[in-house]
Every structure is written in C-alpha cells, then in structure tokens.
Ligand binder design. Sequence first.
Ligand code: HEM
Length: 209
Amino acid sequence: MRRDSLLLRYTDSERMNHWVIAIFFVFAGLSGLAFFHPAFFFLTNLFGGGSWSRILHPFFGVIMFVSFLGLFFRLWRANVMTPADREWRRHSADMLRGDKSKMPPVGKYNAGQKGIFWAMAVSLLVLIVTGVMFWRPWFAPYFPIVVGRAAVLLHAVAAVVLILATIIHIYAAIWVKGTLRAMTRGTVSESWARQHHALWHRDMTQGRR
Ligand code: HEM
C-alpha cells in the first residue's frame, strides 16, 4: 500500500468512476439549468440547440446516476455515520472558525464528507425516479398529469440539493490542501492522512512499524 511517504486512497478504477460522474454532472447540470429558467436557455447552445438538449439531458442524467451507483457500492460502508461522528459535528463550527484542536480523530471520511455523500445519493435517487416519471414520450404517459407535475417540482428541488452539495464538496476538496491529489493521483501524503484522517492513517500503516 505504501509508495514512499504516500498512501493509496483511491484505485485507478475508483478515480475513473469519479471523473465520469463529475463530467456527466456538468453535462446534466448545464442542460438541465437551460430548462429551469429562460435566462439559462442560452446554455442549450452547448449541446446543439434546444431539441438536442432536451433529448440528451435525460441520458446525461441516467449515465450520471448509473456511474454514481458504481462509487456508491464501493464506498457506502465507509460513509455510514457512527456515534463518533456526533462529536465531530458538535465541534464543526469551531473548525470552520479555524480552531481544529477539539476535532476528534476520524476514519476514512469525516461526518461532513459523509453528510455530503448521503445528500448526493438521496438527491440522485430522487432525480432519477422523478425524471423517469416525466420523460416524454417514453414513460410520462403512464403517470397522471398531477403526479407528473409533482415530479417536476421534486426534480428541481433535488437538483438544487445536488448542486449545493457538489459546490460544498468541491470547495472542501480545494480548501483542505493535499486532498485534490487523492482524486487526481490516487494518493495522499502521510502527513495529510495523519492530520485529517488519523484513524484511517493508523489502519493503513498498522503493522509497518
Ligand atoms: C470538479 C468536480 C469535483 C472535484 C474537484 C471533486 C473532488 C473530489 C476529491 C478530491 C475527492 C476525494 C476526497 C477524499 O478522499 O477525502 C472526491 C471524492 C468523492 N467525490 Fe468528488 N469531486 C468533484 C465532483 C463530484 C461529483 C459531481 C460527485 C457526485 C455527484 C462527486 C462524488 C464524490 C464521492 C461520492 C466521493 C467519495 C467521498 C465519499 O465517499 O464520501 N464528486 N471528490
């Protein structure tokens, strides 16, 4: 597992999986925003115009959802909340103010990362279920109009949740120095692991000393 003073955090296939999700999140997000409000309609130019955006948007969404499932099944166990996460949440405001002294040692993911993971999972599930319900001409006719309208509303709410969760996710990845390379190179430095994920660092290096 050790390469010099680096620890392997993600395999190549996990990283490829992640970047497929990220790329299709951008495609689905931009083509979806184009239909959200007329002010964003110009975004359809990126996808070959209004008709093409309308045709492609659901497929972008399905690819994003299916590829997220790949990461979900690999990582859900590491994202289950534990009683120790309560302690992390209790002191998270201090951490945001710059005082990390009270933060308990955490495993592979901290409670904030876990919360974002579940927000992504739930919002993607709502997006796929509601999206299928008003996907014309294929599935929409099977649902009463009022159900289709409720689905459109829920779809928009879930999209806002996913976009906000992803903005926080990217901000945190940039804010915590040394994190981005976990998804670009697959590795993190030992000092990063010791500082931010002490229990994971211990598990990864156990038996070495
Ligand atoms: C340009 C956009 C993105 C960047 C820069 C980025 C960056 C990262 C980084 C650095 C990690 C590793 C964090 C760590 O191991 O501590 C990560 C993990 C992850 N990312 Fe992203 N990400 C992006 C977009 C997305 C999107 C759009 C999604 C899903 C909708 C996503 C879902 C995940 C998941 C599920 C993990 C694993 C973390 C966990 O299981 O809690 N990412 N990302």
